[in-house]
Design a protein around this ligand. Structure first.
Ligand code: NAD
Ligand code: TYD
Length: 346
């Protein structure tokens, strides 16, 4: 069977760095090219230990069309796993411009490049459950048929990129699928997101900022379960179990309120002196996300494997044991964000 040549966009980010490693574990991939702009959330350290000769890193933007076109042709890429994005909701509320540029404009560039090569290049477009909007407490979890109804600027730009992908499948016949996953956690997540922020603050003894009442619900999935789902989805596209234009959802089957998450983290850290502080709510804060995994189970034989209590323990230990990584991540840019975002609260 022909070996696969893959391009991962955003491979120095949280999920991308796990996907790159998982692709290299598989013998099906003869080449894995990681293209990343190394924005504030993308760090070379995230892939620094990868020594596989099939792996290659390219520092570039998905918005640079000519470069992308030449690279894809030169490297004879068979599939693009598209993860590069601006990914933090609070930053999108603060300033939408980079989100439109990267999430919409960058996806547009990738689609145009695939079209212009005139070759079959598969696209696995990594999206999010946030495009479905917000659920009430007793609503059924999102399925692939749930209406697209984004409610914050990040989610709106991801929904727009999903629509662009679908339009290129329909209009030009490109071979693309879309995955929509719930909230990820695990090693190497940038500590602006809930779980790593609370772990770092908990270790340092700093306050734990909870937006509003803290009863918002997310469906937490370990990042390794997510990347296994992404690879299973690509296998599904290759073997015909999925068709171009198909959407597939992945969730952790692990709904928790933010307060439950933070209390669990503090319990597991053990000797933390940190205390929860309720602060002003996020604007337009979505109340609940939850995913129905039936399609992924039926079509891809995928299900989440990592149990929350084990996954969070391993994640906390990873942050405790990787001080060098933390020090390299907590740059001036990170400090600026934290002091700006929480300035009225601490
Ligand atoms: P992240 O912020 O950790 O990583 C994003 C990466 O993209 C970084 O390495 C960054 O340098 C890179 N990047 C940004 N702009 C770029 C550009 N113009 N060109 C090339 N690279 C660029 O994000 P993440 O949490 O790893 O999320 C990855 C993808 O998964 C995103 O598309 C996100 O929407 C999606 N997703 C994330 C979650 C989650 O819980 N984190 C859940 C579902 C879906
Ligand atoms: P986050 O990790 O930013 O993911 P998303 O907004 O994409 O779901 O936030 C997860 C939840 O935690 C969300 O309801 C917002 C909340 N949250 C806080 O209460 N305090 C914080 O400091 C952060 C960053 C998030």
């Amino acid at each position: 069977m022909k070996k696969i040549r893959a391009l991962v966009t955003g491979g120095c980010g949280f999920i991308g760095s796990h996907l790159v490693r998982q692709l290299l574990i598989s013998n099906n991939f003869e080449f894995v090219l990681n293209l990343d702009l190394l924005t504030y959330s993308g760090h070379p350290e995230n892939c620094a230990d990868i020594s596989d000769s099939r792996y290659c890193f390219k520092h570039a933007s998905i918005n640079d069309k000519q470069n992308l076109l030449e690279l894809i042709k030169k490297e004879k890429v068979d599939v693009i796993f598209h993860l590069a994005a601006e990914s933090h909701v609070d930053r999108s509320i603060n300033s939408i411009e980079p989100f439109v540029r990267t999430n919409i404009g960058g996806t547009q560039t990738i689609l145009e490049v695939i079209k212009e090569t005139g070759c079959r290049i598969d696209l696995v477009h990594i999206s999010t459950d946030e495009v479905y909007g917000s659920l009430g407490k007793n609503d059924a979890p999102f399925t692939e048929k749930s209406p697209i109804s984004p409610r914050n600027p990040y989610a709106a730009t991801k929904a727009a990129s999903d629509h662009l992908v679908q339009s290129f499948v329909n209009t030009y016949g490109i071979s693309a699928i879309i995955t929509r996953c719930s909230n990820n956690y695990g090693p190497r997540q940038f500590p602006e997101k809930l779980i790593p922020l609370m772990i770092l603050n908990g270790i340092k003894g700093d306050p734990l900022p909870i937006y509003g009442d803290g009863l918002q619900i997310r469906d937490w999935i370990h990042v390794e379960d997510h990347v296994n789902g992404i690879i299973a989805a690509y296998d599904g596209l290759r073997n015909g179990n999925l068709s171009p234009g198909d959407v597939i959802n992945f969730g952790g089957e692990n709904e928790k309120t933010n307060l439950e998450i933070v209390n669990e983290i503090i319990k597991q850290i053990g000797n933390s002196t940190s205390e929860i502080k309720h602060i002003k709510d996020r604007l337009g804060h979505d109340r609940r996300y939850a995913i129905n995994n039936k399609k992924a189970k039926d079509v891809l034989n995928w299900s989440p494997k990592i149990i929350w209590v084990n996954g969070i323990e391993e994640t906390i230990n990873w942050y405790k044991n990787n001080e060098k990584w933390i020090n390299s991540i907590i740059s001036g840019e990170y400090r600026n964000w934290i002091s700006k975002q929480y300035k009225d609260d601490f």
